[in-house]
Ligand binder design. Structure first.
Ligand code: HEC
Length: 215
């Protein structure tokens, strides 16, 4: 019993010593028996630092950075990159149906951008004419590349093409991670121009130009 009382008193003292002062403020720095991750070699924001040539710990965004709040001008008005809207998904909002038409205003500038991007991102496989005769076909790296002039593909909505480019389909990989949203729509606008160049009929031309065609 004597031992029990002595041990009990010691335990009470130990528990109060360890837990009793939790949350109390001290002037002296604490003892770090197990420092966990209290000390980390990191740069504090907005302090001086000699690592960078401009002597600051906080660096400016790299040129070309896109702010999260940057809007894209779609045909339905400005949208943000993370919004669940047709220009970002190719789908009619709240459904799994594809939108019919290009979600950016198709201008000569957009087509020019589309031509450049198509020749970089798609032509290696689908060919500069989109007929499936790209360099990967010639060197035998890829046996079946879709001919984008197939009736089935010509009849697809712009939204479906956007969805295919974004997520890939069958053997084709996804280009969403590497081709930005406005560039994907630009590519689709240019692809439509390529298809029209092959399938267009005289009636597609404005009246004054038809006369020159006949000559
Ligand atoms: C690495 C080669 C490669 C590149 C680059 C590539 N594609 Fe494809 N694409 C394919 C192959 C292969 C298929 C056929 C997929 C299948 O049916 O298995 C295909 C199919 C397609 C289809 C038809 C899908 C269907 O439903 O049959 C479309 C549309 C398409 N590609 C558009 C594009 C566009 C636009 C780009 C440029 C952003 C592009 N592709 C870049 C290889 C490529």
């Amino acid at each position: 019993m004597r031992y029990f009382l002595a041990i009990f008193a010691m335990v009470v003292v130990a528990v109060v010593a360890v837990l009793g002062f939790r949350g109390t403020h001290f002037r002296k720095p604490p003892l770090y028996i197990i420092p966990d991750m209290e000390f980390q070699p990191k740069l504090r924001p907005q302090t001086a630092n000699s690592f960078f040539s401009n002597g600051r710990s906080s660096q400016l965004p790299v040129p070309g950075s896109i702010a999260r709040s940057t809007t894209l001008q779609s045909i339905h008005g400005p949208v943000l990159a993370f919004e669940n809207v047709p220009v970002n998904t190719g789908l009619i909002s709240g459904t799994t149906n594809y939108v019919e038409h290009n979600q950016l205003r198709v201008t000569a500038e957009l087509l020019k951008r589309g031509q450049q991007r198509f020749n970089i991102s798609c032509a290696p496989c689908h060919g500069a004419l989109a007929d499936g005769n790209g360099i990967t076909r010639k060197i035998g790296a890829m046996a079946v590349v879709a001919n984008l002039h197939d009736k089935r593909i010509v009849e697809m909505t712009d939204g479906e093409l956007f969805f295919i480019v974004t997520h890939g389909r069958n053997l084709m990989g996804a280009y969403g991670p590497t081709v930005a949203v406005p560039d994907r729509w630009a590519i689709i606008a240019y692809l439509r121009a390529l298809q029209l160049a092959r399938l267009g009929v005289e009636e597609d031309l404005p009246e004054p130009m038809r006369a020159t065609l006949a000559q």
